[in-house]
Design a protein around this ligand. Structure first.
Ligand SMILES: CC(=O)N[C@@H](CC(=O)O)C(=O)O
Ligand SMILES: [Zn+2]
Length: 312
């Protein structure tokens, strides 16, 4: 069968898998180290896949970053900043990664970059997209969701004008984040590790099928679009005065309705969600986000339509 409206893309032959963008998120660090020793599992006939540790100094120290968050560092300013050795380590590293896998926004950039992350939140398997217009990625999401059923994986779409950030994977033509949790920082959990591994397998299978010329029919993809960042309640000195409410803790992706409990103060008072409509919270109580003044993000459920695609 052929779909007259098929969008076409060049064969996606140059693929990278990033681990250790945050040095204390152990599934990605471990999988990438494993695959650097033996590439067999990630090899496909028509895809060249490069496993790569993006922040080796942070991995060595088992910390999120050394000077500044690498997954916020791929701004045009940073990528073109002069200064060499005087720049923060992660800015130097971003420039290096951009030289190897980019340049960002250029025809020479890698086709697909998967960036592997773990969260302390109870998010399960989450694929993160940065554009609702990327048909190749939307078709990939649809493929992965079907392939892993009855297990599930959700798609978080971050194209918020203010909350979007300049990720490591953003140097690729098709950036894909993979966030799996819950897993504490610095810890490996076998269930989380295996879940990540299975998603990568299906993702690479999708690219292989695409490169073989398979046509992917029109589809719809359910996504959760980032709406708002919610901070912890604070006193006038900026100190946190409440925790995530027990009803909300671990309730990632479950509807949060106006009036639902959201925080619990240290003296036991409940603070309720004051929004005007039902939202889907995620990244609830993520350890790395205390420094970013974020207790969770709210999202809205949307169904995106992706037209057919095939190789040019
Ligand atoms: C917990 C964590 O590191 N999450 C990632 C999400 C992403 O890759 O977009 C980050 O904040 O960079
Ligand atoms: Zn991370």
């Amino acid at each position: 069968m052929s779909f007259s409206g098929s969008a076409s893309f060049a064969e996606a032959t140059r693929v990278a898998i990033f681990g250790g963008t945050h040095g204390n998120e152990m599934s990605g660090v471990t999988l990438v180290n494993l695959w650097m020793k033996n590439k067999e599992e990630i090899q496909r006939k028509r895809v060249d896949t490069e496993p790569f540790i993006t922040n080796p100094r942070a991995v060595e120290k088992c910390t999120r970053y050394v000077d500044t968050d690498l997954n916020r560092a791929f701004t045009p300013e940073n990528l073109s900043a002069p200064g060499g050795d005087d720049l923060p380590y992660e800015v130097q590293r971003a420039q290096e990664i951009n030289r190897i896998f980019g340049p960002k926004g250029s025809p020479e950039a890698y086709d697909v970059i998967f960036d592997l992350h773990n969260t302390t939140s109870n998010m399960g398997c989450t694929l993160i997209l940065e554009s609702s217009k990327d048909l190749f990625n939307l078709q990939m999401m649809n493929y992965i969701k079907k392939a892993i059923a009855p297990a599930s994986c959700l798609v978080l779409l971050n194209e918020h004008p203010l909350l979007k950030y300049s990720t490591s994977r953003s140097v690729a033509k098709h950036p894909v984040g993979l966030e799996v949790g819950p897993q504490p920082q610095g810890v490996l959990r076998s269930n989380i590790f295996e879940a990540m591994r299975v998603i990568l397998k299906h993702a690479l299978d999708f690219i292989e099928l695409f490169n073989e010329g398979m046509e992917f029919p029109p589809c719809t993809v359910e996504v959760f679009r980032v709406l708002e960042r919610i901070d912890y309640p604070r006193d006038n000195n900026g100190n946190i005065i409440a925790m995530v409410h027990p009803n909300l803790q671990d309730g990632d992706w479950e509807p949060l309705n106006p009036g639902d409990p959201m925080f619990q103060t240290f003296d036991g008072k409940t603070i309720h969600y004051q929004g005007s409509s039902t939202v889907y919270p995620t990244f609830i109580n993520e350890a790395a986000y205390y420094e970013k003044q974020q207790a969770f993000v709210t999202t809205r459920r949307e169904t995106l339509v992706a037209s057919a695609i095939r190789k040019a």
